[in-house]
Ligand binder design. Structure first.
Ligand code: NA7
Length: 552
């Protein structure tokens, strides 16, 4: 036990971490560095988090690999080299393994172990956790690094279980792969997962039916082998780029994209048509999600938004020969209010004779039958059905877990009317429990990998302060949570996001409240809130104490 450690005879560890994605790995490293005893539990058989669970065909990270990487270790930054501009899940898992090995994290990681429940004991101030194998564990602090897109959802269509063929969900794709050749495949959903699956399997399957409801803004990823010169340049300038991402940008990234490192400022409406065209053309040529770094008022002003929207709609129409299809596939909602979809040859797939789009805009899926999918009077016969229907984002994983705070309060109860957190880090009634990339944080819009690291650092400093002040219990007040919820609502109301249904707002899940799911005020102001809490010693919005009363 070190100076910082609050471990007592009553606990097994100071900090128990749940989830071995990048947030969890960062947390093990940081907590250990600060002298806390720590153990991470992961349900999967390997590290990698979302990339371990999501391994569907065609998956690529939609942020450049060099940006989508950990920044807390110079060694990791310099020693790891990405093979592709946008890595796939296998490479991302190799990277996670590299991090775990290089930083010697494995000795504190227990794989293949699901934490089923966690209960806070109010007298001792200690969390008691139980694993799927019945192992009982006790810790003073818990860090939930369970991911914001972890709980897949399947619409409960009539007859769902009657289907005689195989069913897969994009988020739980078998790691050994699936042989789809010679199969009649149906894909439901055309978000990022559906679009990447469709583009990849279209050439391999016998017949592909795409069940398509809302067209998205799909843009070429322009993936390629990592150019050597680019990789070197990034490694030499990592510090500068990362600082720009964190401190100055709204979204937590500056879109490196080979050349583009400058944040765009100024209104789209003040730019001349030639200037707009030049900027957008540059982004188009660069590929990926570089359109997130354009005139900031595209997020807040419908007229400015339409300038970009029209540009991208025209680009989409250009790629689709059949005018009827072009009409179905061209999005109409304000661009960027749902995540852009990064793809490779997606629209071109519809020119193949074996690919058929089923338009669900007017008439949705009526039922799943033993033979396939029925829409109106038509039954589409299938051998295999793929659900690319998304996630119960932000709140799903903790609501599904049996976590009990004060008075036995669960997250399912506490978040019944909307996600309530203070600063997207803690919830009232759940002392000493930290959530990385939680509801109420800017994670959905921005870069969870960057935000998660910031949050872990914040928690680390907080735990150190508590130890120095001989305190061991912290939780936000209900009032602080209310205020933060109000701020989240104000921040989203100031943008165009409420105009579109999406998982950002929770309205992809029937009956789910959209309150407080995310903070839309930008990375810079979020970081400021974290700093302010720290500077005032967490007093005010947080309640600090020592449990049991009178010391350990
Ligand atoms: P998304 O983006 O939530 O997409 C889910 C898709 O499933 C979307 O096209 C939905 O259509 C469709 N869907 C959902 N329910 C139905 C029903 N009942 N009928 C037809 N179609 C349906 O999830 P993804 O996994 O693609 O991506 C999630 C994030 O992961 C993504 O944003 C990236 O950040 C990575 P809808 O749009 O609701 O009409």
């Amino acid at each position: 036990m070190t100076e910082s450690s609050s471990k007592t005879a009553n606990t097994d560890y100071d900090v128990i971490i749940v989830g071995a994605g990048f947030g969890g790995l960062t947390a093990v490293h940081r907590m250990r560095e600060l002298g806390f005893s720590v153990r991470l539990f992961e349900a999967g058989t390997d590290v990698g988090g979302t990339w371990y669970w999501n391994q569907y065909p065609g998956l690529k990270v939609d942020v450049e690999s060099v940006e989508y990487s950990l920044s807390f270790s110079y060694v990791i930054e310099q020693e790891w080299s990405w093979s592709e501009r946008y890595a796939g899940p296998q490479e991302l898992c190799r990277y996670a393994n590299f991090v775990a090995d290089r930083l010697d994290l494995r000795r504190d990681i227990q794989l293949d172990t699901r934490i089923d429940s966690a209960e806070f004991d109010e007298d001792s101030g200690i969390w008691a956790l139980t694993s799927n194998s019945g192992e009982k564990l006790r810790s003073r602090f818990v860090m939930m690094c369970t991911g914001m897109l972890n709980q897949p959802i399947k619409p409960q269509f009539k007859g769902l279980d009657s289907f005689e063929g195989k069913q897969y969900h994009s988020a739980r794709w078998p790691k050994e792969g699936v042989d789809l050749s010679d199969q009649r495949v149906g894909v439901i959903g055309t978000g990022s997962s559906g679009v990447q699956i469709i583009s990849t399997i279209a050439s391999e399957v016998k017949h592909l039916h795409v069940f398509h409801r809302t067209p998205g803004y799909c843009l070429p990823l322009r993936n390629c082998k990592m150019p050597e010169e680019y990789s070197k340049r990034v490694k030499a300038n990592y510090g500068e780029w990362r600082a720009a991402e964190r401190y100055n940008s709204f979204g937590g990234w500056v879109a490196l994209n080979y050349q583009i490192g400058e944040l765009v400022t100024g209104s789209a409406l003040d730019a001349t048509p030639e200037e707009q065209q030049a900027l957008f053309d540059e982004r188009w040529k660069s590929g990926g999600l570089s359109f997130y770094n354009v005139y900031p008022d595209v997020y807040t002003d419908l007229e400015a938004n339409a300038v970009l929207g029209k540009y991208l709609q025209a680009k989409i129409r250009e790629r689709i020969k059949d005018p009827k299809l072009a009409e179905i596939l061209t999005p109409t909602y304000p661009v960027l209010t749902k995540r852009l979809i990064a793809e490779t040859n997606y629209y071109e797939v519809y020119e193949q004779d074996n690919v058929e789009l089923v338009d669900l805009r007017e008439q949705g899926i009526d039922e799943i039958t033993p033979k396939g999918v029925r829409v109106g009077d038509t039954e589409y016969e299938l051998d295999c059905l793929v659900f690319a229907t998304g996630f119960d984002a932000m709140t799903g994983s903790l609501k599904a877990m049996d976590v009990r705070g004060r008075n036995g309060l669960t997250f399912a109860e506490h978040w019944d009317d909307g996600a309530r957190t203070h600063m997207g880090l803690m919830s009232a009634g759940f002392p000493n429990l930290f959530i990385i990339n939680a509801a109420g944080s800017p994670a959905p819009l921005f870069q969870p990998i960057i935000l998660g690291q910031e949050q872990v650092q914040w928690v680390g400093r907080l735990l150190t302060q508590l130890a120095e002040r001989e305190l061991n219990c912290i939780e936000p007040s209900a009032e602080a949570e209310d205020n933060w919820g109000g701020l989240c609502e104000e921040s989203v109301a100031a943008t165009l996001f409420p105009l579109t249904d999406s998982w950002y707002l929770g309205n992809n899940v029937p009956g789910k409240s959209r309150t407080g799911l995310a903070y839309f005020g930008g990375m810079a102001s979020y970081r400021q809130a974290m700093t302010d809490a720290e500077v005032c010693g967490y007093d005010g919005d947080f309640m600090l104490s020592t449990l049991p009363k009178g010391g350990n």
